[in-house]
Write a protein that binds this ligand. Structure first.
Ligand code: SAH
Ligand code: SF4
Length: 371
């Protein structure tokens, strides 16, 4: 299903498309750059703030474009590591963005690295059995403007809490497309949004600091490898044999490991960059030493980095995270082979991967309120 808002989002425009719109409005081309400077560099939040634009133009723009396609409805600072933002889109859909603060080794708190995790779809159609985002299926794709808008909402919020000498700098270090939805299933909007985030006339955020996570849509991984901008890739593996993977990820039927692994290899060879393999550990499902051994072999073959994420329990789902002892034992199998591995050690159960759960809860509360 597709939602067609009355006005296109300004944040979904590229320099070229905005220039073309302005021509149609009978305006000179240089206005496009001025407008983009206002929103991305000076963080203007209203048309009236764009004081070097003539008033009649501001009125015209207001009638033509939507300046706030996503509004913040709830912000939850759950602990010192994660903040979750719940945003509402024009049609009432809810999406989540998460800010994760990871202290940098030996540098101290104030130099903690900030990663922002964004969504690309409302819900998800992939049906991974452990995931909160996919529980109710896919509601709709997000537009490029809606995807970019999440980042701006985070910038506004971070600018307010930590004022910057130069507001045009992004207020975070990394962008991970690991929120709700399968980004490669909304390919065109994803690439348009990431292009806007990366462009010098946009947010100016380096492609090496942008990671796209996928459940493994092979043709789209190959397509991403051909893009001129070199974004990073993370692949949600979660099972190192077809037998285990297909039990928890239906996508494995269409794209089993013998198709997925060569595609990942092709991506990493084209880009000359290390790919990340994500592996959530679920008790008695994929946490055996045998699975660790197979994962080690795959990672070694792909020269990949492995991110082990202890599973976050989801209300209503039966899956559990294994004990720390099992987690460490699993990671040790990879460490012993010198495979680069990170075992996430965030406090509590509410790390970024729990994305989707706040929305689920709020939607449930809304339904209850309407009943
Ligand atoms: N659809 C994409 C990106 C969004 S999901 C993908 O699947 O890669 C981001 C990551 O969070 C994925 O690795 C996903 O498997 C993981 N994830 C989903 N639910 C989780 C949970 N309850 N606990 C831990 N990780 C989870
Ligand atoms: Fe979708 Fe990713 Fe969740 Fe799977 S893990 S249902 S692909 S969001």
């Amino acid at each position: 299903m597709k939602f067609t808002p009355e006005k296109p989002a300004l944040f979904g425009e590229t320099l070229d498309s905005l220039t073309a719109h302005l021509r149609e409005l009978g305006e000179p081309a240089f206005r496009a750059k001025q407008i983009l400077d206002w929103v991305y560099k000076k963080r203007a939040r209203t048309w009236d703030a764009m004081t070097n634009l003539p008033k009649p133009l501001r009125t015209k723009l207001e009638a033509t474009f939507d300046l706030t396609p996503a509004t913040l409805v709830l912000s939850k600072e759950s602990n010192d590591v994660t903040d979750k933002l719940l945003l509402e889109l024009r049609d009432g859909s809810l999406i989540e963005s998460v800010i994760i603060r990871a202290p940098q080794d030996n540098v101290g708190e104030e130099h903690s690295r900030k990663t922002i995790c964004i969504s690309t779809q409302v819900g998800c159609a992939m049906g991974c059995v452990f995931c909160a985002s996919g529980l109710a299926g896919l509601k709709r794709d997000m537009s490029a403007g809606e995807i970019v808008s999440q980042l701006l909402q985070v910038c506004y919020r971070e600018d307010a809490t930590t004022p910057r000498a130069r507001p045009e700098l992004a207020s975070f270090d990394n962008i991970v497309v690991m929120g709700m939805g399968e980004p490669l299933a909304n390919y065109d909007a994803l690439i348009r949004a990431l292009t806007i985030l990366n462009a010098e006339w946009g947010l100016g955020f380096g492609a090496r600091r942008i990671t796209v996570s996928t459940s493994g849509l092979v043709p789209k991984i190959l397509k991403l490898a051909e893009e001129p901008i070199g974004f990073r890739l993370a692949v949600s593996l979660h099972g190192s044999t077809n037998e285990v993977r297909e039990k928890i990820m239906p996508v494995n039927k269409a794209y089993p490991l013998e198709k997925l692994i060569p595609a990942v290899r092709e991506f990493s060879e084209k880009h000359g960059r290390m790919v990340t393999l994500e592996f959530i550990l679920i008790e008695d499902v994929n946490d055996s030493v045998e699975q660790a051994g197979e994962l080690r072999d795959i990672a070694r073959d792909l020269h990949a980095h492995v991110n082990i994420i202890p599973y976050n329990t989801v209300e209503g789902l039966p899956w559990k995270r294994p004990s720390v002892h099992v987690q460490e034992g699993f990671a040790d199998v990879l460490r012993a082979a010198r495979v680069p591995v990170t075992l996430r050690r965030e406090k509590g159960h509410d790390i970024a991967a729990a994305c989707g759960q706040l929305r689920l809860k709020t939607e449930k509360d809304r339904e209850l309120a309407q009943a």
